[in-house]
Design a binder for this molecule. Structure first.
Ligand code: CMC
Length: 425
């Protein structure tokens, strides 16, 4: 098979190399095309553009495959822990028991945040969205650890920044919530595992004992694993492109949090619950909302449906749907919006509009229902996604730096005015 592609333009033929990935994906390397022909390629939304070569995550949207570092998402969700998966994503292989225990202990050493960060937190009004608070607190780490500003320092210094952000993210997330409800913040409890510590900081009150429910902690751990990486999506590409200017890890992650926030990306989990609530309030007529979703004059979309890459099924959604049933049953929660969600899914899977466009439930269609059952308020859902996606962002930032990738700087086709004289006044 040829490993070259050819472009014919203005009676000239340009030969372009074709590169191949380890799963036989092929890509035309156009990096020299402009220099040779003056042509650029255009692809709004980067729907068909590879921005990098990466060894971290493989996904096949047609077959519904997702693997981190070669391990299937199904195996990891069933057998691994979020911290182990974080190690795998960031360092490339599963840790030995000793490496895992060292990694966990290192993280526990850094869960506390500087007391002055509380003053920053107190400056936010209580109605501030916790995603905005989270991204601000993450950026504030650059002030408390100024050496982290230089990503070209030693590998040890970069590792310290990685451990710090992994350790402090649950503290920030829980504190953003406490600020919202006007309660005093809780300090980390390093006797607990990652998820249990987060749950305690989030939910415990000074006046009460807080017992960790293992069903809740395990469900949360599984959700975080399912969100941990998803190759070059909007927020991850943001992290890589911000980091490509040699901005620090904390600045890059903070940018990723903001990119995740939108309802077409991580914000979809909040939007799904709000949509299901609206349908319920409106009398539960799913057909009416399906019709709205299909009406091109109506901006409404069925949130939690469709995916840029998955065109058959989202493997994470399959695992989450089952987990939602398990968790609700174990916790004895009867949530009427689960029935609405299942009804909508059934209708959509039979509907020609959705079938033709290959629109299936994505990871966020059922994740919000689990978060709700765990007692997590709706505006915190995207924050949960950010905690989950953190190791993926770190791994992608680290890979981009280690590969010494050039600064991200796309081109454009200019369609504005030609030069015109400035008017005499
Ligand atoms: N409801 C109704 N129609 C839809 C939907 C939807 N949820 N999603 C896509 N379509 C239609 C769209 O109108 C278009 O129709 P047509 O070809 O007639 O113009 C066609 O399907 C293709 O859609 P697109 O917007 O070109 O596809 P995209 O790849 O640019 O967008 C998406 C992908 C996920 C942004 C989109 O499907 C969407 O907005 N879904 C709802 C939001 C959502 O659930 N986002 C979470 C994504 S998963 C979590 C994550 O990784 O961030």
């Amino acid at each position: 098979m040829s490993d070259k592609a050819h472009i014919n333009f203005n009676d000239q033929t340009y030969e372009l190399p074709v590169i191949e990935g380890s799963e036989n994906e092929k890509a035309i390397d156009i990096s020299k095309l402009r220099g040779e022909s003056g042509l650029i390629t255009i692809d709004p939304g980067f729907k068909n553009t590879g921005s990098t070569k990466s060894e971290i995550t493989f996904l096949d949207g047609e077959k519904g495959i997702l693997r981190y570092r070669g391990y299937s998402i199904e195996d990891l969700a069933e057998k691994s822990s979020f911290i182990e998966v974080s190690y795998l994503l960031i360092y490339g292989d599963l840790p030995t028991p000793e490496q895992l225990s060292d990694f966990e202990n290192e993280i526990k050493l850094h869960t506390l945040v500087h007391e002055d960060i509380k003053k920053i937190l107190e400056g936010f009004p209580s109605n501030a969205h916790p995603m905005g608070v989270l991204s601000s607190l993450v950026t504030s780490l650059t002030a408390f650890y100024p050496k982290s500003l230089d990503p070209n320092r030693s590998a040890e210094a970069v590792d310290r920044s990685i451990i710090r952000i992994l350790a402090k993210m649950p503290t920030f997330a829980a504190w953003a919530y406490k600020n919202e409800v006007g309660h005093p913040v809780n300090y980390p409890d390093n006797n607990l595992d990652y998820c249990s510590n987060f749950l305690k900081m989030m939910f415990s009150l000074p006046s009460e004992n807080y017992d960790i429910d293992p069903v809740v902690a395990n469900a949360l751990d599984k959700l975080l694993i399912l969100h941990a990486d998803h190759e070059q999506n909007c927020s991850t590409s943001t992290v890589r492109i911000v980091g490509s200017s040699h901005a620090s890890l904390y600045a890059s992650i903070s940018a990723g949090i903001n990119a995740l926030w939108g309802p077409l990306h991580g914000g979809a989990n909040q939007a799904v619950i709000e949509m299901l609530e609206n349908i319920k309030k409106d009398g539960g007529d799913t057909k009416k909302w399906m019709a709205k979703a299909k009406d091109k004059d109506d901006p409404f979309r069925l949130m939690g449906f469709g995916h840029r890459v998955y065109k058959n099924f989202d493997p994470r959604a399959k695992i989450i749907k089952k987990a939602a049933d398990d968790v609700l049953e174990k916790l004895g929660v009867n949530d009427p919006i689960l029935d609405i969600a299942k009804g909508l899914e059934e209708e959509a899977l039979r509907d020609q509009y959705f079938v033709d466009r290959k629109l299936y439930p994505n990871v966020d269609f059922y994740s919000g229902i689990i978060y709700r059952a765990l007692g997590i308020p709706v505006e915190m859902f995207t924050v949960m996604f950010a905690i989950g996606r953190l190791p993926g962002w770190i791994a992608q930032w680290k890979e981009m730096r280690e590969n010494n990738e050039p600064i991200g700087r796309p081109r454009q086709v200019y369609t504005g005015h030609n030069v015109r004289p400035y008017p005499n006044k």
